[in-house]
Design a protein. Structure first.
Ligand code: ASP
Ligand code: MG
Length: 254
């Protein structure tokens, strides 16, 4: 039995059918005997759409209001996912970043995580529920919602995994892991089964969109193994682990 954090990006929860498929996958991981905490991004292009709506109102929107708006995207996906899990016969409980204990500094739009106190998520897990956390958001010392910057849900997932002492942080995307080139463009691209934090950070710094740089830095700092894999297949993806650690010790579930 392991404690697994699974993060699903916007493309994995783009519509109702995708959310139901993700719910099924989470339940399968749970039924295999694991505790599962989930971090979700906003559905599909929701975040971009919200930004567009904001700019329609005000070409220079106040940063605080912008974060209030942006955090709404993940609220939609987290609650719908909890409902999809419930409809499939399991228990789930969704939490905003604030409810999940993501304490940040006051930098709206680019907040840094200061501490994570996920008591309520841990309690949900011990009650046999799936804990679902809204990615990319937290709460500042004034009690206002903050966001971590675009793509920040990856960082939320690793931070939650660290705070819950999870065995692995699985990041689900629409490709089978990290490739030598973008497999959607270069058909001969090969999957890299295992990569170091350093190499992954180099890829992130040189513009690879696979993982946010801060997410990899956070994982390295706390030695959290990451498994980047596809929510559209059951194949193993790419494992990012500290050098010298045997990848076979990282739990690998369907
Ligand atoms: N929904 C946010 C974004 O699109 C956060 C994320 O997806 O990680 O940037
Ligand atoms: Mg997104």
């Amino acid at each position: 039995m392991a404690l697994i954090v699974q993060k699903f990006g916007g493309s994995s929860v783009a519509d109702s059918d995708s959310i139901k498929r993700v719910a099924k996958r989470i339940i399968a991981t749970k039924k295999a005997g694991n505790d599962v905490a989930v971090v979700v991004s906003a559905m599909g292009d929701t975040t971009d759409d919200l930004i567009e709506q904001a700019l329609d109102m005000d070409s220079n929107p106040p940063a605080r209001e912008m974060d209030m708006l942006m955090t709404a995207g993940e609220r939609i996906s987290m609650s719908l996912l909890a409902m999809a899990i419930h409809a499939q016969g399991e228990k789930a409980h969704s939490f905003t970043g604030s409810q999940a204990g993501f304490m940040t500094d006051a930098r709206y739009g680019a907040a840094h995580i200061r501490a994570v106190h996920p008591h309520r998520v841990a309690e949900a897990l011990s009650n046999g529920e799936v804990g679902i956390v809204a990615g990319f958001q937290g709460v500042n010392p004034d009690g206002d919602a903050t966001t971590l910057g675009r793509g920040g849900s990856d960082t939320s997932a690793v931070a939650l995994a660290v705070a819950l002492h999870a065995d692995v942080c699985e990041i689900y995307t629409d490709v089978d892991g990290v490739f030598t080139a973008d497999p959607r463009i270069v058909p001969t691209a090969r999957r890299i089964p295992m990569i170091s934090y350093e190499e992954m950070m180099e890829m992130a710094a040189s513009g690879s969109k696979i993982l946010a740089l801060r997410c990899v830095e956070y994982a390295q700092r706390f030695h959290m193994p990451i498994h980047v894999r596809s929510s559209f297949s059951h194949r193993s993806g790419t494992v990012i682990i500290p050098q010298g650690v045997n990848p076979d010790t990282v739990p690998n579930y369907e």
